[in-house]
Design a protein around this ligand. Structure first.
Ligand code: SF4
Length: 224
């Protein structure tokens, strides 16, 4: 995580909070779309979701979780055994290696339980800051504001961050919003990015936060 920056002005914090509150009113149903029943399934699903859709992940995980029901089963497997079950996803060989490597570390160092701290999660093979943050948020284990491609794009368009890298965006968003809004803020920005503020053609004319958004870096020609 990048170093802490100077506290943002009160007006910017109020604007950020208003954006999150309006998105909450517009999309109270916003929830993680990945399906999971326990912390290990959550971790595996988030690893699989890199550069893949949640729907695509949800199609492969029932068979994967049935074949490998716990960390011990995954730790005993060779990565090649997972490949046929996740072949429809991009980067499936890398993801298979990451899942088995993470499971082996979880069994070896964490009593076969998914760790509940950012430091321990990020120490697992194949687990970066975004994956760790999403797991922490949905386990309610530690405050985090995970920054994926949607959150980064929206934060920059909305003028909430000028950072180009996810770590820098997370630092800016954490400074703007109270800690109890971080996890929900992440989820709402992800949904708003999928439903309205799309990468190629943001639907500014029907956006619930249009009057709060400077639309930075959004050419007039691509707005709808
Ligand atoms: S006004 Fe446009 S650019 Fe700004 S958040 Fe809404 S859809 Fe995205």
């Amino acid at each position: 995580m990048a170093a802490r920056r100077r506290a943002p002005p009160e007006g910017e914090r109020a604007r950020a909070l208003e954006i999150v509150e309006r998105l909450e009113r517009a999309m109270p149903e916003a929830r993680i779309a990945l399906r999971f029943e326990d912390p290990l399934q959550l971790l595996v699903a988030v690893i699989l979701s890199a550069q893949s859709t949640d729907a695509g992940v949800n199609r492969v995980t029932p068979a994967l979780f049935a074949a490998f029901p716990d960390a011990a089963a995954l730790a005993r497997a060779a990565p090649e055994e997972l490949v046929p079950l996740i072949r429809s996803l991009g980067l499936h060989r890398n993801k298979a290696r990451a899942i088995v490597g993470a499971a082996r570390a979880i069994v070896a160092h964490h009593g076969a339980q998914v760790p509940r701290s950012r430091a321990a999660l990020e120490a697992l093979p194949g687990v970066g800051p975004k994956t760790a943050g999403v797991v922490l948020v949905h386990l309610g284990a530690e405050a985090a504001f995970p920054v994926d491609t949607h959150v980064g794009r929206l934060a920059r368009r909305m003028g909430l961050s000028r950072a180009a890298d996810p770590d820098g965006v997370e630092v800016d968003l954490r400074a703007l919003l109270p800690v109890e809004r971080w996890g929900r803020g992440h989820q709402l920005l992800v949904w708003h990015g999928r439903r309205c503020c799309a990468a190629r053609a943001p639907a500014c004319s029907r956006c619930p936060v249009a009057d709060l958004c400077p639309r930075r870096g959004v050419p007039e020609a691509i707005r709808r």
